[in-house]
Design a protein around this ligand. Sequence first.
Ligand code: SF4
Ligand code: SF4
Length: 96
Amino acid sequence: MAQQKKKKPVIVKLGGKEFEIPEGAKVKDVAAEHGVEIPKLTVDQEKCKGCQMCEKVCETGAISGEKKEPHTIDQEKCIQCGECLAKCKLGAIVPA
Ligand code: SF4
Ligand code: SF4
């Protein structure tokens, strides 16, 4: 039988702390458990490679950008849920 691949844990870094987001858990809830509030977020234009993973997970449509180009977060639309943080493998989503 084929061995099941273990999923890499999702780690979010915030407020100088690192925490793992269990599958199905909300980033905001896990952050709250650690006493961390999700700050206003922005995209580091140097780090972002435009993979669009964050854009796909953002429920409010706050993230936009062309494929392979740095993305941006519309502060008017962002509800600071933190879900994009868990998606960006490059650590390009940072406190604003
Ligand atoms: S924190 Fe939530 S609402 Fe704001 S940009 Fe990220 S996914 Fe979208
Ligand atoms: S997930 Fe990260 S690298 Fe990909 S588009 Fe979003 S900010 Fe850029």
